[in-house]
Design a protein around this ligand. Structure first.
Ligand code: SF4
Length: 461
């Protein structure tokens, strides 16, 4: 079986992968492997070690058909749980006749069917403390966006987190490897790349920012170089899990220039310096409010998403109120919050003065009330504006799209009325076709609620 790079994860479900065929089939394989890895599956190089095997087939000439059937037969004999995809998958009758027990058959570029079959056989267990991809994201990732994982592990030791003990210290992927994968994703039709890791701004520290070559130029394995290079690919690039270190300031101009989406996902977790110290948070000493103001001055369109923990052991009422004041000042766009709950093995479990459960819940409700009003006001301020959005789904009269401010699954959506634009276009001109998922279109924002925007379609972007 051909070997593929293996991120180590001893307890994760394991998938074996056999890739046959031409470069286009290879891009399909890369795409499926990327998705599997982003969702936490381990890719293993032997039939014995695999919980199931995916065979990406070729059906171009008879010899390729024979080779593909042979590969399926070998995987069935050696492992027994086999998902078939690729060009020969288009001739499913032929495969079923020979191998009635294969788990699923799909044609080329049908990543969604492969992932669906993998999820059915080998459901990934979502752990909100560990997973980078949201639970809904594992159901189906449409082909027009993809997660790009740039590193594993983390060098920090936040007291509520067990990732470093499970996944180890930061291990970055060299920049050329990441960029080649990103290029392949774009070639395969991806229009939005979501950069994920445990600490995106620390990217490359472990490799001492090793220089590599990409497109004939030297690039260092570091956050800024990665951001610049991804900005050359001509697709949306969204940065997740960035910490507010001073060097992050340098990517904001790229956002202002439209090279990267003006979007930062920064898990602040709290604002009070004493609580942040108890949490052992990275960059906790930075003056976050001033930094946010400076970023917004450089890039007024910037959307900031964050997460917070309320009721951390020892958090006083005054410290919690300071957090509410921070929300007022920071005017963040999107916020998720959790009442603190101990995670087995985390050092925070030993901290004194746990906050009683009812107080945690009461603080969480106050926090969410305040932020809901802020988020709603920020959305409302966009009414009347014209924005470029990426279409996710299309119905007969409404399309579901996302704006620069909306990461898939975790943020809001833009409900786009299609009918008005179509009627207008019908006067004197042929009715224009409906947009397709994965297309950029231009819309006018006409309404907002707590999470979502409502818009009307103007034209293709
Ligand atoms: S930065 Fe902190 S919370 Fe994030 S993975 Fe590292 S240790 Fe965990």
């Amino acid at each position: 079986m051909p070997r593929v790079a293996t991120p180590k994860a001893a307890t994760n479900p394991k998938v074996g992968f056999v890739s046959l065929g031409c470069p286009k089939a290879l891009v399909d394989s890369e795409r499926i492997l990327t998705q599997l890895r982003a969702e936490g599956y381990a890719i293993v190089p032997s039939y014995d070690a695999a919980d199931l095997v995916v065979v990406n087939t070729c059906g171009f000439i008879d010899a390729a058909v024979d080779e593909s059937l042979e590969a399926i037969g070998e995987a069935m004999a050696e492992n027994g749980k086999v998902i078939v995809t690729g060009c020969l998958g288009a001739r499913s009758g032929l495969i079923r006749e020979r191998f009635p027990d294969v788990l699923s058959i799909s044609g080329p570029q049908d990543y969604e069917s492969v992932m669906r079959a993998v999820h059915q056989q080998l459901p990934p267990e979502h752990d909100p403390f560990l997973d980078l991809v949201p639970p809904q994201g594992i159901k189906l990732t449409p082909r027009h966006y993809a997660y790009l994982k740039i590193s594993e592990g983390c060098n920090h030791r936040c007291s509520f987190c067990i990732i470093p003990s499970l996944r180890g210290d930061l291990v970055s992927r060299p920049i050329d490897e990441v960029l080649v994968e990103a290029e392949k994703l774009v070639k395969a039709g991806v229009r939005e790349i979501l950069v994920v890791s445990q600490d995106t701004s620390a990217y490359g520290v472990d490799l001492k920012y090793a220089p590599r070559n990409w497109r004939g130029e030297e690039r260092q394995t570091r956050f800024l170089d990665l951001a610049k290079a991804l900005g050359e690919l001509g697709v949306w690039v969204r940065m997740h899990y960035v910490y507010p270190y001073p060097h992050v300031d340098a990517v904001i101009p790229l956002m202002a220039e439209g090279k990267l989406l003006p979007y930062l996902d920064i898990p602040f977790q709290h604002s009070n310096p004493r609580v942040l110290k108890l949490m052992k948070r990275p960059a906790s000493g930075e003056r976050n409010i001033e930094r946010i103001r400076a970023w917004r001055a450089m890039c007024p369109e910037l959307t900031i998403r964050s997460t917070f923990i309320v009721g951390f052991p020892g958090e006083t009422e005054a410290e919690f109120e300071e957090l509410l004041d921070f929300l007022d000042e920071a005017q963040l766009d999107r916020v998720g919050a959790f009442a603190y709950s101990p995670v087995g093995g985390a050092s925070a479990n030993a901290l004194p003065d746990p906050v009683p459960e009812e107080v945690k819940q009461e603080r969480l409700a106050r926090f969410m009330d305040k932020q809901a009003a802020i988020s709603a006001a920020r959305l409302e301020s966009r009414i009347g504006g014209v924005e470029k959005v990426l279409v996710d789904e299309v119905g007969p009269s409404v399309a579901i799209a996302r704006s620069r401010s909306d990461a898939p699954e975790i943020d809001g959506r833009v409900h786009v009325k299609l009918a008005k634009g179509r009627r207008k276009a019908a006067i004197g001109t042929p009715e224009r076709p409906l947009p397709k998922p994965g297309e950029f279109i231009e819309v006018r924002i006409i309404g907002a609620d707590e999470h979502d925007l409502h818009a009307e379609w103007i034209q293709p972007a």
